[in-house]
Design a protein. Sequence first.
Length: 87
Amino acid sequence: MDIPHRITHDGVLIEVKVTPRSSRKGVAGMVGDCLNVKLTAPPVDGEANAQLIGVLADYFSVRRSDIEVVKGASSRRKIVKLRGLQV
């Protein structure tokens, strides 16, 4: 899957569209230019963001500590920075 991204000096930025409270969790393809990620966690107290980081860490085979939500922490559309990712 070709994921639109921007390379920065310390990582790669990708745009993500999150669907919380889904019946399954995981990467569900692309929606426009966003990576579509379904989560079982509710969007309360950062639970969905924590699960998003875990799902992306598994998908891209990087450590959780190498993933950061840089924009949209309380929104369904987020910009996520991945460090240590080979593009």
